[in-house]
Design a protein around this ligand. Structure first.
Ligand code: ADP
Length: 260
């Protein structure tokens, strides 16, 4: 099987011109087929604040009302996505920007109200990914750049966690490719002490994950990130690594394993 890299770049890197530039250069240098998935959380929040909209978080996820969805569409699907595409073009990568609605590549549905009555608003859970379309684009020499938005097929765009998009795309491509999924962000990986970059946890299994959630070692956005990472390795993705944005070529960081 051919191999492919799927690189998810976190919000703090997308926000930082210099680190984003470095990441995009390193991404461009990766050999062969590749897909970039970007977040962009903080820039949407700050624009929403400037527009006088409030943003609310529940369990590490943003509650998305109509106004927030518009801002997310403008920022993720517009500014962030198109700037990344233009910069990859400058690096010689034939990048193609996509939301889930473009080419009907990712279908989602609005997340149901939870048992405790939490309504996340216009937030999408992924139903399916069109692996055939992605593969057609890849084989035509293009590099999809995916924004964290899906659609429900009835005209509704949905704000969708970028880590989830990355793992769903990885899982969908795992039948046809040897997939390496890299979650890159501002820290060296999953840490024993989130403030100490040298306290890297080198391997995480499902049992470790349960323990780290229970004892508070991992929290916030790291919990859904690890859930997505574990699901990907359990579903045929060959390699999943959580790493620093400036280390994507070296494969350092936390390796996610399905078994002990
Ligand atoms: P992204 O930067 O990819 O958008 P999130 O902000 O959702 O991702 O999740 C990453 C964040 O998780 C880190 O910035 C950090 O604050 C937090 N975090 C919680 N526990 C840990 C941990 N044990 N190791 C590293 N980061 C952690």
């Amino acid at each position: 099987m051919e191999s492919i890299y799927i690189v998810k770049v976190g919000g703090a890197i997308v926000e930082d011109e210099q680190r984003l530039g470095q990441l995009l250069r390193d991404f461009s240098a990766l050999p062969g087929r590749k897909i970039l998935v970007h977040g962009g959380g903080r820039s949407a929040t700050s624009l929403a604040e400037r527009l006088g909209l409030e943003s609310r978080m529940v369990n590490g996820r943003r509650v998305t009302d109509e106004g927030m969805l518009r801002v997310a569409t403008m920022v993720y699907g517009g500014l962030v996505n198109k700037r990344v595409v233009a910069r990859l073009q400058a690096e010689g990568v034939n990048a193609l920007g996509l939301t889930g609605a473009d080419g009907n590549v990712i279908r989602g549905h609005r997340r149901p109200v939870t048992a405790d009555g939490t309504d996340f608003g216009f937030v999408g859970d992924v139903e399916w990914v069109d692996a055939r379309l992605l593969s057609t684009l890849l084989e035509a020499g293009m590099t999809p750049v995916m924004a964290p938005l899906t659609h429900d097929g009835r005209g509704q765009l949905l704000n969708t966690n970028a880590d989830t998009i990355a793992s769903e795309v990885a899982k969908a491509l795992a039948d046809c490719y040897d997939v390496t999924l890299l979650y890159c962000f501002e820290k060296s990986g999953v840490l024993r002490d989130p403030n100490d970059d040298s306290s890297l946890i080198s391997v995480i299994t499902p049992a470790d994950f349960e323990r780290f959630v229970a004892d508070g070692t991992v929290s916030g956005g790291m919990i859904p990130k690890l859930k997505n990472a574990l699901q990907a390795v359990a579903t045929g993705v060959k390699q999943v690594i959580i790493t620093r944005a400036d280390a994507i070529d070296g494969h350092h960081g936390t390796v996610i394993k399905a078994e002990q």
